[in-house]
Design a binder for this molecule. Structure first.
Ligand SMILES: Cc1ncc(C[n+]2csc(CCOP(=O)(O)OP(=O)(O)O)c2C)c(N)n1
Length: 271
């Protein structure tokens, strides 16, 4: 049975709490971008994607590429809570020999479909998987979560052209549009706006959603599945650090150690 909207909201909150606990325990990690992506990951793993945690290598599963790879804490928490591995593993995040390294590794971790790290590469990987699916006449879809700061990389736009050129309608990319990166506002660093128009001009089908509204994200995934001949970009407006008021829209929380005191304050906000 599909989770109710309230249950989905609770799952996203648990993922946010896990992210903070993992980063407290490891002493480092990307907080802000993980919190901004928690609702998107909840929508994907609890309804948007066709997956089976008991069979992480199932040939017909939808694939997921975390192009904004630094948000690995949120992805690991989602995978653990969805049942890919024991939740206790989360406490080994970033530790020596852990399967949960700072950046996802498909050779180590059940549920990870692509090894990623450097910003800007995920959409190209997504295209490759999607092209192989078409060649093999497979019906699975390929989802890719990107950061907006990542769109400063030229490779993103090469991949955008490639996906449209090959009519990769099995690609659904989601852009976590929190307007923020580690050094400040995306618009101050290199302006991206009007970003939606750019994707449309690149011949993508574009859907705009509130990236913290799980129903809207699920509806966008369904709509993307009906589009023929073109890839889809879900432009998800989000808040970096979402859920913890003192972290929201604060670039300094891109990648920062969480102290015991601030951890307690953050957990109160997420109770
Ligand atoms: C090739 C390369 N370019 C840039 C960086 C530094 N860097 C890491 S993540 C990132 C972008 C973060 O912004 P965004 O993609 O918007 O992530 P989010 O705000 O969602 O966390 C940058 C510039 C890097 N590590 N490697």
């Amino acid at each position: 049975m599909s989770p109710t909207p309230n249950e989905l909201r609770d799952i996203a909150k648990i993922i946010r709490r896990d992210v903070l606990t993992m980063i407290l325990e490891s002493g480092s990690g990307h907080v802000g971008g993980s919190l901004s992506a928690a609702d998107i990951l909840t929508a994907l793993y609890w309804g948007g994607m066709r997956v089976n945690p008991e069979m992480p290598q199932w040939e017909d599963r939808d694939r997921f590429v975390l192009s904004k790879a630094h948000a690995s804490p949120a992805l690991y928490a989602a995978l653990a809570r969805r049942g890919y591995f024991d939740v206790k593993e989360l406490m080994t995040f970033r530790k020596h020999k852990s399967m949960l390294q700072g950046f996802p590794d498909m050779q180590r971790t059940p549920g990870i479909d692509a090894s990623v790290g450097s910003p800007g590469q995920g959409l190209s990987i997504t295209n490759g998987i999607a092209m192989a699916a078409k060649r093999d006449e497979k019906t699975f879809r390929v989802y890719c979560l990107m950061g907006d700061g990542e769109a400063h990389e030229g490779q993103v736009w090469e991949a955008a052209m490639t996906a449209a050129h090959h009519g990769l309608d099995n690609v659904c990319a989601i852009m976590d549009r929190n307007m923020m990166m580690g050094d400040g506002s995306t618009e101050d660093i290199v302006a991206l706006s009007p970003l939606v128009d750019k994707w449309r001009t690149f011949n993508w089908h574009v859907i705009e959603v509130d990236g913290h509204n799980i129903d809207q994200i699920l509806a966008a995934c369904s709509e993307a599945g009906t589009v023929k001949g073109r890839p889809t970009l879900v432009h998800a407006r989000t808040v970096k650090g979402k859920g913890v008021p003192f972290m929201e829209n604060k670039p300094e929380w891109h990648d920062r150690k969480v102290t015991e005191e601030l951890y307690e304050e953050a957990m109160k906000a997420l109770s």
